[in-house]
Ligand binder design. Structure first.
Ligand SMILES: Cc1cc2nc3c(=O)[nH]c(=O)nc-3n(C[C@H](O)[C@H](O)[C@H](O)COP(=O)(O)O)c2cc1C
Length: 265
């Protein structure tokens, strides 16, 4: 890795406010090209990207994605879908059913494995977009909340059953006056293991989270006595997380054919 690439990785921060400067079509094309050059399982590109240009849709997303107002102000919004629909449709157009009959193969609809493989593809493409954008001085922020409110997003983007939005990126130029403060990470020995997984005991967990514990404001507004309680209250146990669980389960029902919608098979 060149020093330039390392510098770019070290200086990246999630960006939630943007310079007035627009993202040009050429810059957007470079970002999308970077995304599409990402590695992809079997070179199948089990993903699609929706460029959200409609300001009303951006506004809707800023509400459905846990009321994050900055989404509506982002010059570029990209939604990354896990997408098994294109291949499934192509297989049908290619009369794969007849081929399966001839060869004894099963002609199956997209499974959970396709969902996950497409999610890997989509997220790797998204991260390539992030890096391509950084190289142009364009910052980004992932929005995980795009996995919530599946039914609304299905309607908003006219999604068929075998597409699901796994990530959204908001992008725009870094403001000139911005001082970048890269956020801390967990210590390497709590994340990177050699040869076998190491489940952390209480002492190791306390050591891993000590820095975050020390930075926890007191009081913290969530009646949390420590950082673990704080994060559970703020993230894992929070209503938006429960909505994410519900939404993904609903999407998987469509994906696996539990809910039959002939218009969007
Ligand atoms: C999958 C994923 C989902 C995220 N969702 C959101 C989000 O909904 N809103 C937000 O402001 N930041 C979101 N982020 C950004 C994280 O908060 C950010 O990456 C983290 O705090 C570390 O900060 P850094 O990116 O500046 O290093 C998300 C990041 C990832 C990878």
């Amino acid at each position: 890795m060149t020093n330039d690439t390392l510098k770019l990785l070290n200086q990246r921060v999630s960006l939630r406010r943007y310079a007035e400067k627009p993202v040009t079509q050429e810059e957007l094309d470079t970002i999308l090209h970077g995304a599409m050059r990402a590695p992809t399982a079997g070179n199948m590109m089990l993903y699609s990207i929706i460029v959200v240009e409609d300001t009303v849709k951006k506004q809707t997303l800023s509400e459905t994605c846990d009321h994050q107002a900055f989404i509506a102000t982002a010059p570029v919004v990209l939604v990354f879908l896990t997408d098994a629909q294109r291949w499934h449709d192509y297989y049908r157009a290619s009369d794969v059913a007849a081929y399966c009959q001839r060869t004894g193969l099963e002609f199956y609809k997209p499974h959970l494995g396709d969902f996950l493989l497409g999610a890997s593809d989509a997220l790797i493409a998204a991260q390539n977009a992030v890096i391509a954008a950084e190289s142009l001085g364009i910052g980004s922020c992932y929005i995980g909340d795009i996995m919530e409110h599946y039914e609304t997003h299905r309607e908003l983007f006219d999604l068929p059953n075998h597409c699901f939005p796994v990530a959204m990126l908001c992008l725009g130029h870094y403001p000139d006056d911005m001082i970048r403060q890269p956020r801390e990470r967990l210590p390497k020995d709590s994340v990177v293991f050699v040869d076998t997984y190491k489940q952390l005991d209480t002492a190791a967990l306390e050591a891993a989270f000590a820095q975050r514990e020390a930075a926890l404001p007191k009081p913290n507004g969530l009646k949390a006595a420590n950082f673990g309680q704080f994060m559970y209250g703020r993230k894992t146990g929070a209503p938006f997380f429960q909505e994410m669980h519900r939404s993904i389960a609903a999407a998987l029902d469509y994906w696996q054919g539990g809910i039959v919608d002939e218009d969007k098979t």
